[in-house]
Design a protein around this ligand. Structure first.
Ligand code: ZN
Length: 436
Protein backbone atom coordinates (compact mmCIF):
# COMPACT_ATOMS: atom_id res chain seq x y z
CA UNK A 1 0.00 0.00 0.00
CA UNK A 2 1.34 3.41 -0.96
CA UNK A 3 -0.71 5.77 1.15
CA UNK A 4 -0.36 9.19 2.68
CA UNK A 5 -3.18 8.88 5.16
CA UNK A 6 -4.93 5.90 6.71
CA UNK A 7 -8.10 6.33 8.78
CA UNK A 8 -8.73 3.14 10.73
CA UNK A 9 -11.71 1.46 12.40
CA UNK A 10 -14.28 4.10 11.49
CA UNK A 11 -18.03 4.04 11.08
CA UNK A 12 -18.17 5.28 7.48
CA UNK A 13 -21.19 7.09 6.08
CA UNK A 14 -20.48 7.29 2.36
CA UNK A 15 -23.52 9.26 1.07
CA UNK A 16 -23.03 7.36 -2.23
CA UNK A 17 -26.02 6.59 -4.47
CA UNK A 18 -26.78 3.40 -2.53
CA UNK A 19 -26.25 5.20 0.81
CA UNK A 20 -23.69 2.59 1.84
CA UNK A 21 -22.68 2.60 5.49
CA UNK A 22 -19.65 0.63 6.71
CA UNK A 23 -19.91 -0.23 10.41
CA UNK A 24 -16.16 -0.60 10.72
CA UNK A 25 -13.76 0.18 7.89
CA UNK A 26 -10.39 1.64 6.97
CA UNK A 27 -10.03 4.50 4.49
CA UNK A 28 -6.86 4.72 2.48
CA UNK A 29 -5.93 8.10 1.00
CA UNK A 30 -3.11 8.79 -1.46
CA UNK A 31 -2.49 12.37 -2.57
CA UNK A 32 -5.88 14.05 -2.96
CA UNK A 33 -7.81 10.80 -3.58
CA UNK A 34 -9.49 8.02 -1.63
CA UNK A 35 -7.95 4.83 -2.99
CA UNK A 36 -9.67 2.23 -0.83
CA UNK A 37 -12.45 1.71 1.70
CA UNK A 38 -11.91 -1.75 3.11
CA UNK A 39 -12.63 -3.75 6.29
CA UNK A 40 -8.90 -3.98 6.97
CA UNK A 41 -6.22 -2.12 5.03
CA UNK A 42 -2.90 -3.86 4.57
CA UNK A 43 0.39 -2.03 5.09
CA UNK A 44 1.20 1.37 6.51
CA UNK A 45 0.68 4.98 5.59
CA UNK A 46 2.73 8.11 6.31
CA UNK A 47 0.07 9.12 8.80
CA UNK A 48 -2.56 7.00 10.59
CA UNK A 49 -5.64 8.21 12.45
CA UNK A 50 -7.42 5.75 14.71
CA UNK A 51 -11.11 6.55 14.33
CA UNK A 52 -12.48 3.84 16.65
CA UNK A 53 -15.91 4.97 17.89
CA UNK A 54 -15.89 7.86 15.46
CA UNK A 55 -17.81 8.71 12.32
CA UNK A 56 -16.20 9.42 8.97
CA UNK A 57 -18.36 11.17 6.39
CA UNK A 58 -18.08 13.55 3.41
CA UNK A 59 -17.31 17.16 4.29
CA UNK A 60 -20.37 19.43 4.20
CA UNK A 61 -20.95 21.83 1.30
CA UNK A 62 -22.30 25.31 2.08
CA UNK A 63 -23.74 26.39 -1.26
CA UNK A 64 -24.35 30.06 -0.52
CA UNK A 65 -22.61 32.54 1.67
CA UNK A 66 -20.96 35.95 1.71
CA UNK A 67 -17.95 34.85 3.73
CA UNK A 68 -16.45 38.22 4.68
CA UNK A 69 -19.79 39.30 6.17
CA UNK A 70 -18.83 37.34 9.28
CA UNK A 71 -17.42 40.73 10.32
CA UNK A 72 -20.96 42.20 10.23
CA UNK A 73 -22.43 39.38 12.34
CA UNK A 74 -24.98 40.68 14.83
CA UNK A 75 -24.58 44.28 13.71
CA UNK A 76 -28.04 44.87 12.23
CA UNK A 77 -30.52 42.23 13.37
CA UNK A 78 -34.30 42.06 13.66
CA UNK A 79 -35.23 44.17 10.64
CA UNK A 80 -36.70 43.58 7.13
CA UNK A 81 -34.39 42.63 4.26
CA UNK A 82 -34.77 45.91 2.33
CA UNK A 83 -34.08 48.04 5.41
CA UNK A 84 -31.31 45.67 6.56
CA UNK A 85 -29.56 45.80 3.21
CA UNK A 86 -30.23 49.32 1.93
CA UNK A 87 -30.02 51.31 5.18
CA UNK A 88 -27.35 49.37 7.08
CA UNK A 89 -25.33 46.77 5.27
CA UNK A 90 -24.79 48.36 1.83
CA UNK A 91 -23.71 51.83 3.11
CA UNK A 92 -21.36 50.18 5.60
CA UNK A 93 -19.90 48.00 2.88
CA UNK A 94 -19.35 51.07 0.67
CA UNK A 95 -17.31 52.61 3.45
CA UNK A 96 -15.45 49.63 4.85
CA UNK A 97 -14.74 47.13 2.13
CA UNK A 98 -11.11 46.79 1.16
CA UNK A 99 -8.66 43.91 0.76
CA UNK A 100 -7.81 43.93 4.47
CA UNK A 101 -11.50 43.64 5.45
CA UNK A 102 -11.93 40.70 3.08
CA UNK A 103 -8.81 38.86 4.27
CA UNK A 104 -9.89 39.30 7.87
CA UNK A 105 -13.56 38.33 7.28
CA UNK A 106 -12.83 35.36 5.03
CA UNK A 107 -10.19 34.14 7.50
CA UNK A 108 -12.78 34.23 10.28
CA UNK A 109 -15.39 32.53 8.07
CA UNK A 110 -12.92 29.85 6.98
CA UNK A 111 -12.01 29.09 10.57
CA UNK A 112 -15.70 28.80 11.51
CA UNK A 113 -16.47 26.62 8.48
CA UNK A 114 -13.54 24.24 8.98
CA UNK A 115 -14.35 23.91 12.67
CA UNK A 116 -17.98 23.01 11.88
CA UNK A 117 -17.21 20.51 9.11
CA UNK A 118 -17.65 22.50 5.90
CA UNK A 119 -15.05 21.51 3.33
CA UNK A 120 -16.49 23.39 0.31
CA UNK A 121 -18.33 26.69 0.18
CA UNK A 122 -19.85 28.75 -2.57
CA UNK A 123 -19.53 32.51 -2.14
CA UNK A 124 -20.75 35.74 -3.68
CA UNK A 125 -19.00 38.90 -2.56
CA UNK A 126 -16.31 41.41 -3.50
CA UNK A 127 -12.50 41.32 -3.74
CA UNK A 128 -12.73 37.57 -4.32
CA UNK A 129 -9.05 37.49 -5.29
CA UNK A 130 -8.29 38.11 -1.60
CA UNK A 131 -10.77 35.39 -0.60
CA UNK A 132 -9.13 32.98 -3.05
CA UNK A 133 -5.69 33.64 -1.58
CA UNK A 134 -6.94 33.08 1.98
CA UNK A 135 -8.76 29.82 1.09
CA UNK A 136 -5.87 28.53 -0.99
CA UNK A 137 -3.46 29.08 1.90
CA UNK A 138 -5.77 27.45 4.45
CA UNK A 139 -6.67 24.57 2.13
CA UNK A 140 -10.44 25.17 2.01
CA UNK A 141 -12.30 24.38 -1.23
CA UNK A 142 -14.13 27.44 -2.53
CA UNK A 143 -16.36 28.50 -5.42
CA UNK A 144 -16.00 32.27 -5.62
CA UNK A 145 -18.20 34.71 -7.53
CA UNK A 146 -17.49 38.44 -7.73
CA UNK A 147 -20.79 40.30 -7.25
CA UNK A 148 -21.97 42.02 -10.45
CA UNK A 149 -24.41 44.95 -10.09
CA UNK A 150 -25.63 47.77 -12.36
CA UNK A 151 -24.87 50.37 -9.69
CA UNK A 152 -21.32 51.06 -8.52
CA UNK A 153 -20.42 48.50 -5.86
CA UNK A 154 -17.83 48.78 -3.07
CA UNK A 155 -15.27 47.26 -5.44
CA UNK A 156 -16.38 48.10 -8.97
CA UNK A 157 -17.53 51.30 -10.71
CA UNK A 158 -19.57 49.24 -13.21
CA UNK A 159 -20.83 45.77 -14.07
CA UNK A 160 -18.30 45.58 -16.93
CA UNK A 161 -15.52 46.17 -14.43
CA UNK A 162 -16.78 43.33 -12.22
CA UNK A 163 -17.11 41.00 -15.23
CA UNK A 164 -13.56 41.81 -16.39
CA UNK A 165 -12.35 41.15 -12.84
CA UNK A 166 -14.19 37.79 -12.94
CA UNK A 167 -12.32 36.89 -16.11
CA UNK A 168 -9.01 37.82 -14.49
CA UNK A 169 -9.90 35.67 -11.47
CA UNK A 170 -10.64 32.78 -13.79
CA UNK A 171 -7.33 33.09 -15.63
CA UNK A 172 -5.44 33.33 -12.32
CA UNK A 173 -7.14 30.29 -10.68
CA UNK A 174 -8.29 28.12 -13.60
CA UNK A 175 -5.94 25.23 -12.83
CA UNK A 176 -6.13 25.40 -9.06
CA UNK A 177 -7.22 22.21 -7.26
CA UNK A 178 -9.20 24.10 -4.58
CA UNK A 179 -10.37 27.42 -6.02
CA UNK A 180 -13.09 27.62 -8.68
CA UNK A 181 -14.57 30.80 -10.09
CA UNK A 182 -18.25 31.53 -10.79
CA UNK A 183 -19.98 34.41 -12.57
CA UNK A 184 -22.21 36.08 -9.98
CA UNK A 185 -24.78 38.67 -11.08
CA UNK A 186 -26.29 39.72 -7.73
CA UNK A 187 -30.03 39.45 -8.57
CA UNK A 188 -32.50 40.26 -11.37
CA UNK A 189 -33.55 43.42 -9.47
CA UNK A 190 -30.00 44.80 -9.17
CA UNK A 191 -28.71 43.64 -12.56
CA UNK A 192 -30.47 44.82 -15.72
CA UNK A 193 -31.10 42.77 -18.83
CA UNK A 194 -27.90 43.81 -20.64
CA UNK A 195 -25.67 42.92 -17.72
CA UNK A 196 -27.45 39.62 -17.08
CA UNK A 197 -26.91 38.69 -20.72
CA UNK A 198 -23.23 39.72 -20.52
CA UNK A 199 -22.82 37.62 -17.36
CA UNK A 200 -24.42 34.65 -19.08
CA UNK A 201 -22.17 35.09 -22.14
CA UNK A 202 -19.07 35.15 -19.93
CA UNK A 203 -20.21 32.02 -18.09
CA UNK A 204 -20.74 30.30 -21.45
CA UNK A 205 -17.39 31.45 -22.79
CA UNK A 206 -15.44 30.20 -19.76
CA UNK A 207 -17.79 27.29 -18.90
CA UNK A 208 -18.46 28.57 -15.36
CA UNK A 209 -21.47 28.32 -13.03
CA UNK A 210 -23.79 31.35 -12.75
CA UNK A 211 -24.61 32.18 -9.13
CA UNK A 212 -27.57 34.53 -8.55
CA UNK A 213 -30.16 35.46 -5.88
CA UNK A 214 -33.70 34.83 -7.21
CA UNK A 215 -37.17 35.48 -5.74
CA UNK A 216 -36.07 36.05 -2.18
CA UNK A 217 -38.93 38.31 -1.09
CA UNK A 218 -42.55 38.93 -2.05
CA UNK A 219 -41.64 42.58 -2.75
CA UNK A 220 -39.04 41.46 -5.33
CA UNK A 221 -41.63 39.36 -7.15
CA UNK A 222 -44.22 42.18 -7.07
CA UNK A 223 -41.67 44.65 -8.44
CA UNK A 224 -40.70 42.24 -11.22
CA UNK A 225 -44.36 41.73 -12.19
CA UNK A 226 -44.90 45.50 -12.20
CA UNK A 227 -41.87 46.10 -14.43
CA UNK A 228 -42.07 43.21 -16.89
CA UNK A 229 -45.37 41.46 -16.20
CA UNK A 230 -43.30 38.39 -15.32
CA UNK A 231 -42.04 36.71 -12.14
CA UNK A 232 -38.23 36.84 -11.66
CA UNK A 233 -37.93 33.21 -12.87
CA UNK A 234 -40.17 33.86 -15.90
CA UNK A 235 -38.22 37.01 -16.65
CA UNK A 236 -34.81 35.27 -16.44
CA UNK A 237 -36.16 32.57 -18.74
CA UNK A 238 -37.54 35.15 -21.19
CA UNK A 239 -34.05 36.61 -21.71
CA UNK A 240 -32.47 33.16 -22.14
CA UNK A 241 -30.54 33.31 -18.85
CA UNK A 242 -31.55 29.97 -17.32
CA UNK A 243 -29.68 26.70 -17.86
CA UNK A 244 -28.24 23.75 -15.93
CA UNK A 245 -25.27 25.99 -15.04
CA UNK A 246 -27.45 28.42 -13.04
CA UNK A 247 -27.36 28.21 -9.24
CA UNK A 248 -30.48 30.09 -8.12
CA UNK A 249 -30.28 31.10 -4.47
CA UNK A 250 -33.38 31.44 -2.24
CA UNK A 251 -36.30 30.75 -4.65
CA UNK A 252 -38.70 31.53 -1.79
CA UNK A 253 -41.61 32.95 -3.78
CA UNK A 254 -42.35 30.62 -6.69
CA UNK A 255 -45.52 29.78 -8.58
CA UNK A 256 -46.29 26.54 -10.44
CA UNK A 257 -44.98 28.02 -13.71
CA UNK A 258 -41.73 29.01 -12.01
CA UNK A 259 -41.19 25.46 -10.72
CA UNK A 260 -41.92 24.04 -14.19
CA UNK A 261 -39.39 26.42 -15.77
CA UNK A 262 -36.70 25.63 -13.15
CA UNK A 263 -37.22 21.93 -13.84
CA UNK A 264 -37.19 22.30 -17.63
CA UNK A 265 -34.01 24.41 -17.59
CA UNK A 266 -32.39 22.08 -15.01
CA UNK A 267 -31.59 25.06 -12.76
CA UNK A 268 -30.03 24.20 -9.37
CA UNK A 269 -31.68 25.74 -6.31
CA UNK A 270 -30.01 26.72 -3.04
CA UNK A 271 -32.22 26.89 0.03
CA UNK A 272 -31.12 29.22 2.86
CA UNK A 273 -33.64 28.31 5.55
CA UNK A 274 -32.23 30.16 8.54
CA UNK A 275 -31.65 33.38 6.60
CA UNK A 276 -35.21 33.17 5.22
CA UNK A 277 -36.51 32.63 8.75
CA UNK A 278 -34.53 35.45 10.30
CA UNK A 279 -35.41 37.99 7.60
CA UNK A 280 -38.99 36.61 7.49
CA UNK A 281 -38.59 36.29 3.73
CA UNK A 282 -41.18 33.51 3.45
CA UNK A 283 -41.53 29.76 3.05
CA UNK A 284 -39.57 28.37 0.11
CA UNK A 285 -41.52 25.52 -1.57
CA UNK A 286 -38.66 23.05 -1.15
CA UNK A 287 -40.90 19.97 -0.85
CA UNK A 288 -42.51 20.90 -4.19
CA UNK A 289 -39.09 21.51 -5.81
CA UNK A 290 -37.84 18.10 -4.64
CA UNK A 291 -41.08 16.44 -5.80
CA UNK A 292 -40.50 18.02 -9.22
CA UNK A 293 -37.04 16.39 -9.32
CA UNK A 294 -35.08 19.65 -9.04
CA UNK A 295 -31.62 19.53 -7.43
CA UNK A 296 -31.75 21.49 -4.16
CA UNK A 297 -28.72 22.21 -1.97
CA UNK A 298 -28.37 24.18 1.27
CA UNK A 299 -26.61 27.40 2.16
CA UNK A 300 -26.28 29.48 5.30
CA UNK A 301 -26.23 32.84 3.47
CA UNK A 302 -23.96 35.46 5.06
CA UNK A 303 -23.37 35.50 8.81
CA UNK A 304 -25.12 38.89 9.00
CA UNK A 305 -28.44 37.18 8.25
CA UNK A 306 -28.10 33.76 9.90
CA UNK A 307 -25.99 34.41 12.16
CA UNK A 308 -23.54 31.52 11.86
CA UNK A 309 -22.07 29.30 9.15
CA UNK A 310 -22.80 25.99 10.87
CA UNK A 311 -24.35 23.59 8.34
CA UNK A 312 -25.54 21.27 11.13
CA UNK A 313 -27.72 24.10 12.44
CA UNK A 314 -28.95 24.71 8.93
CA UNK A 315 -29.89 21.05 8.38
CA UNK A 316 -31.77 20.92 11.65
CA UNK A 317 -33.84 23.98 10.71
CA UNK A 318 -34.54 22.71 7.18
CA UNK A 319 -35.80 19.35 8.42
CA UNK A 320 -38.09 20.87 11.03
CA UNK A 321 -39.50 23.98 9.37
CA UNK A 322 -40.87 22.15 6.32
CA UNK A 323 -42.60 19.59 8.52
CA UNK A 324 -44.36 22.44 10.26
CA UNK A 325 -45.26 24.27 7.04
CA UNK A 326 -46.70 21.09 5.55
CA UNK A 327 -48.20 19.90 8.85
CA UNK A 328 -46.59 16.59 7.94
CA UNK A 329 -43.72 15.07 9.96
CA UNK A 330 -42.85 12.66 7.13
CA UNK A 331 -41.57 15.34 4.73
CA UNK A 332 -37.92 16.37 4.60
CA UNK A 333 -36.59 13.31 6.41
CA UNK A 334 -33.07 13.40 7.84
CA UNK A 335 -31.56 11.40 4.99
CA UNK A 336 -32.95 13.79 2.36
CA UNK A 337 -31.63 16.79 4.27
CA UNK A 338 -28.15 15.34 4.70
CA UNK A 339 -28.01 14.61 0.97
CA UNK A 340 -28.79 18.29 0.31
CA UNK A 341 -25.70 19.25 2.33
CA UNK A 342 -23.42 16.67 0.65
CA UNK A 343 -24.15 14.67 -2.52
CA UNK A 344 -26.91 16.93 -3.92
CA UNK A 345 -24.74 20.01 -3.34
CA UNK A 346 -21.95 18.30 -5.30
CA UNK A 347 -24.48 17.64 -8.07
CA UNK A 348 -25.44 21.33 -8.04
CA UNK A 349 -21.77 22.15 -8.63
CA UNK A 350 -21.56 19.55 -11.41
CA UNK A 351 -19.00 17.58 -9.37
CA UNK A 352 -18.92 13.79 -9.25
CA UNK A 353 -15.84 13.60 -7.04
CA UNK A 354 -16.94 15.33 -3.82
CA UNK A 355 -20.03 15.08 -1.58
CA UNK A 356 -19.70 11.30 -1.16
CA UNK A 357 -16.99 8.80 -0.29
CA UNK A 358 -15.77 6.02 -2.61
CA UNK A 359 -12.49 4.82 -4.09
CA UNK A 360 -11.40 7.28 -6.80
CA UNK A 361 -13.22 10.24 -5.24
CA UNK A 362 -11.51 13.29 -3.80
CA UNK A 363 -10.72 13.05 -0.10
CA UNK A 364 -12.92 15.81 1.39
CA UNK A 365 -13.69 14.12 4.68
CA UNK A 366 -14.75 15.00 8.21
CA UNK A 367 -14.38 12.91 11.35
CA UNK A 368 -16.89 13.36 14.18
CA UNK A 369 -16.70 12.23 17.76
CA UNK A 370 -19.94 10.41 18.60
CA UNK A 371 -19.04 9.75 22.21
CA UNK A 372 -21.16 12.55 23.59
CA UNK A 373 -24.21 12.33 25.84
CA UNK A 374 -26.50 13.97 23.26
CA UNK A 375 -25.41 11.51 20.54
CA UNK A 376 -26.05 8.26 22.40
CA UNK A 377 -27.45 5.70 21.95
CA UNK A 378 -27.09 5.47 18.19
CA UNK A 379 -30.02 3.98 16.24
CA UNK A 380 -30.14 6.08 13.08
CA UNK A 381 -27.02 7.94 12.02
CA UNK A 382 -28.89 10.35 9.70
CA UNK A 383 -31.27 11.36 12.49
CA UNK A 384 -28.39 11.82 14.86
CA UNK A 385 -26.52 14.10 12.48
CA UNK A 386 -29.50 16.24 11.48
CA UNK A 387 -31.44 16.46 14.76
CA UNK A 388 -28.82 16.06 17.50
CA UNK A 389 -25.36 16.92 16.26
CA UNK A 390 -23.76 20.35 15.94
CA UNK A 391 -20.65 21.66 14.23
CA UNK A 392 -18.70 21.29 17.48
CA UNK A 393 -18.76 17.49 17.06
CA UNK A 394 -16.31 17.81 14.18
CA UNK A 395 -12.89 16.67 15.33
CA UNK A 396 -10.78 16.35 12.19
CA UNK A 397 -11.09 17.72 8.66
CA UNK A 398 -9.37 16.53 5.49
CA UNK A 399 -9.68 18.57 2.29
CA UNK A 400 -8.21 17.39 -1.02
CA UNK A 401 -6.30 14.76 0.94
CA UNK A 402 -4.70 17.33 3.27
CA UNK A 403 -5.27 17.23 7.00
CA UNK A 404 -6.57 20.73 7.79
CA UNK A 405 -7.83 20.08 11.34
CA UNK A 406 -6.70 17.25 13.61
CA UNK A 407 -8.27 16.58 17.00
CA UNK A 408 -9.82 20.07 17.03
CA UNK A 409 -6.53 21.78 16.22
CA UNK A 410 -6.58 23.71 12.94
CA UNK A 411 -3.21 23.05 11.35
CA UNK A 412 -3.27 25.58 8.53
CA UNK A 413 -4.25 28.74 10.41
CA UNK A 414 -2.98 30.68 13.38
CA UNK A 415 -6.31 30.71 15.21
CA UNK A 416 -5.31 33.33 17.77
CA UNK A 417 -4.26 35.67 14.99
CA UNK A 418 -7.56 35.16 13.09
CA UNK A 419 -9.58 35.91 16.23
CA UNK A 420 -7.43 38.91 17.16
CA UNK A 421 -7.80 40.35 13.67
CA UNK A 422 -11.58 39.92 13.88
CA UNK A 423 -11.70 41.71 17.24
CA UNK A 424 -9.61 44.60 15.87
CA UNK A 425 -11.74 44.88 12.74
CA UNK A 426 -14.87 44.86 14.94
CA UNK A 427 -13.47 47.82 16.87
CA UNK A 428 -12.74 49.67 13.60
CA UNK A 429 -16.29 49.02 12.35
CA UNK A 430 -17.78 50.24 15.65
CA UNK A 431 -15.68 53.41 15.37
CA UNK A 432 -16.84 53.99 11.76
CA UNK A 433 -20.49 53.65 12.76
CA UNK A 434 -20.08 56.06 15.69
CA UNK A 435 -18.52 58.69 13.45
CA UNK A 436 -20.99 58.39 10.59
ZN1 ZN B 1 -27.07 35.94 -0.21
Amino acid sequence: MKADLLIKNALVLTMDDGLTVHDKADLVIAGPKIVEITPKAAGRAKKTIDASGKLVMPGLINMHTHAAMTLLRGLADDMPLDVWWQKFIFPLEQKLLDPEFIRCGVGLAALEMVRSGTTTFSDMYFYEQEAAEVCSRIGLRAYLGEGVLDAPSPHHPSADHALNYTKELWSRWRNDPLISIMVAPHAPYTCGKDNLIKAKALANELDLPLHIHVSETAAEVAESRKNSGLSPVEYLDSIGFLSEKVIAVHCVHLGKTDIRILKERRVKVVHCQESNLKLASGNAPIVELLDAGITVALGTDGAASNNNLDMFDEMDAVAKVHKMIKADPTVMDAQTVLKMATSEAARALGRQDIGSLAPGKTADIIILDLNKPHLLPLYNIYSQLVYSAGGSEVESVIINGRLVMENKRVLTMDEDEVLDNARHMGARIRHEIKNS
